[in-house]
Design a protein around this ligand. Structure first.
Ligand code: VG1
Ligand code: CO
Length: 543
């Protein structure tokens, strides 16, 4: 078959963000746009000749089209084998699992995660390295640099591959292996959790509801919860991946997963509920009439890890992204293990996991995971919770309230201002960057500023430095306000403001969250003039 060398010119906007390159589908549909980026990835690798790659996506619009293009480009670039998900489907955690299990050179994940899909939605491409994790910054920078000079790409002139049939076929010199999307991932889960005990729990009258939000986890959740663990059919809702996610926003939080929230807060609510995002790496955990913040979830999993077979021998350490609440730090201190604070984005956990310094990791953005792979993992978190519930035989609410009594409660909330004019958002951040260091010692009501800075992270393993990772204002009592701009959006800028305050007194742990954080929220407005810069009177999303 014919290898074509297509000449092209660079696009200037192919800089990967927090998690790969994310753009509107229409941007990706421009002639050569996808091809340029994929060739830039291949050109940045140490060599594709004879290598194996994993490939799959979350099933959104343009997924299979992009897969066909990437397969032909991989063949033309000398790869010898591609493991591609059945019908193009692989969740982000499943891809990480496959890269590690089959020791592939890396993998390409097609997803814009929690961003809406469909013709008018978003699409994304992310490269993961041989450890199964998102490419670190030095790799994404190399890809970006290459994208700015690229002048040709290679592609095989060949018919499309049948992605609907499992098994091997040839594409030029390359073997394409269409693999079961679920099997390897499910086996990994079975090796970590007590499936018998969870099965007993789920067949003894406890009811759960798993919302896959018409995105990638549907097939995984059905196989694991309904077929293997014996939960009744219908436990998994919105379980068929749709190209436009049913018109929804596949982001498992209180705002976008409101259908599930209504079920769990309604009459006759089930005992447990969970939702996943577009590509299956996020999770939201709910109990009967109870919401678990992702930061608390990480802390509870850390405190209860010994109850779960895969973690029974103890944890090496725990890591959280900087804006994530310090609830896990308190558990780590009590367990006598290290707690690491990293910039936002899972790629920053990779080195800690590889070096065996952290076992569990988490982000406030509904992401939790462990050293079993190198991505956050939504269904893993659900199984972890179910394993704990099955052992403790107590409700979600009971477990979390008891946790607060032991460790104190870290009230936590994030306010997002979406679709802000980019220049204005940047100006707001610039101002904050210069003001923050001058605030030390300043008093706002009962709050005294202990420090103000722009978070800079030095990776403890390779010494690499990532600066400008978010402006922090820390108070003497441990409360914090953090400001940063999103690196995953595709329209304008999204300002994220994170609030945290600590309450050790168990008689004061039952306040409404926004109420408990009212003062820091007012301080953020005073310091950053959010309303003036965004032109918005209130956040677009509160989680
Ligand atoms: C957001 C979250 C971050 C997460 C990232 C990717 O990034 O804040 O914690 O790792 O999304 O998640 P940002 O830059 O928009 O704040 V996923 O599930 O979209 O791949
Ligand atoms: Co995601």
């Amino acid at each position: 078959m014919n290898i074509l060398e297509v000449s092209t010119t660079p696009f200037t906007d192919q800089k990967p963000g927090t998690s790969g390159l994310r753009k509107a589908v229409k941007v990706f549909q421009q002639p050569h746009y996808l091809e340029n980026f994929v060739q830039s990835i291949f050109d940045s690798l140490e060599g594709c000749q004879g290598q194996t790659l994993a490939l799959g996506g979350d099933g959104r619009y343009y997924n299979t089209k992009a897969i066909q293009i990437i397969l032909k480009m991989a063949a033309a670039n000398g790869f010898s084998r591609i493991k591609v998900g059945h019908r193009g489907i692989l969740s982000t955690p499943a891809t990480s699992c496959i890269i590690r299990q089959y020791k592939t050179l890396g993998g390409i994940i097609l997803s814009a995660s929690h961003n809406p899909g469909g013709v008018d939605g978003d699409f994304g491409v992310k490269y993961n390295t041989g450890n199964g994790g998102p490419a670190p910054e030095k790799v994404t920078e190399a890809i970006y640099a290459r994208s700015k000079t690229i002048d040709r790409y290679k592609i095989l002139d060949a018919p499309d591959i049948d992605l609907d049939t499992l098994g091997e076929s040839r594409l030029g010199e390359m073997t394409v292996e269409v693999i079961d999307s679920v099997q390897d991932y499910q086996k990994l889960m079975e090796s970590l959790f007590d499936f018998d005990r969870i099965r007993q729990f789920l067949t003894s009258g406890k009811r759960i509801c798993i919302d896959s939000m018409h995105a990638v986890t549907g097939p995984y959740a059905r196989a694991i919860f309904e077929q293997s663990l014996g939960a009744p059919q219908g436990t998994v809702v919105n379980g068929t991946p749709l190209e436009d996610f049913g018109g929804g926003h596949p982001d498992p939080n209180l705002v976008y997963a409101h259908d599930l929230v209504e079920i769990l807060f309604g009459d006759n609510a089930p005992d447990f509920g969970a939702a996943s995002d577009g590509d299956g790496d996020r999770n939201m955990i709910l109990g009967k009439h109870f919401f678990v913040t992702p930061s608390d979830s990480l802390a509870v999993l850390t405190a209860n890890a010994k109850l779960v077979p895969g973690y029974a021998s103890g944890l090496a350490g725990v890591a959280r992204s900087m804006p994530t609440s310090q609830a896990a730090d308190r558990v780590a201190a009590k367990l006598g293990i290290d707690c690491y604070e990293t910039p936002t984005g899972w790629k920053f956990f990779g080195n800690l996991l590889d070096a065996g310094k952290a076992t569990l990791c988490g982000e406030e953005s509904f992401g939790t995971g462990s050293n079993h792979i190198r991505e956050k993992d939504g269904l893993w978190a659900v199984l972890f919770w179910l394993n704990i519930l099955a052992v403790r035989q107590q409700s979600v609410e009971h477990i979390v309230r008891e946790h607060w009594q032991t460790y104190g409660r870290n009230y936590y909330s994030r306010h997002d201002y979406e679709g802000v004019d980019s220049d204005r958002a940047n100006t707001l951040m610039e101002k904050l960057r210069s003001v923050a260091p001058t605030l030390k010692g300043k008093r706002y009501g009962q709050y005294e500023v202990e420090y103000g800075d722009d978070f800079s992270y030095t990776d403890p393993i390779d010494g690499s430095i990532s600066s400008k990772q978010g402006v922090r204002i820390g108070f003497v009592d441990g409360s914090r306000i953090v400001f940063r701009l999103s690196g995953t959006g595709t329209q304008g800028a999204t300002l994220r403001v994170y609030f945290e305050s600590y309450e050790g007194d168990s008689s004061k742990q039952d306040l409404e969250v926004q109420q408990a954080l009212a003062e820091p929220i007012a301080i953020a407005q005073e310091v950053a003039q959010i309303r003036e810069y965004t032109g918005m009177s209130k956040p677009t999303v509160i989680t």
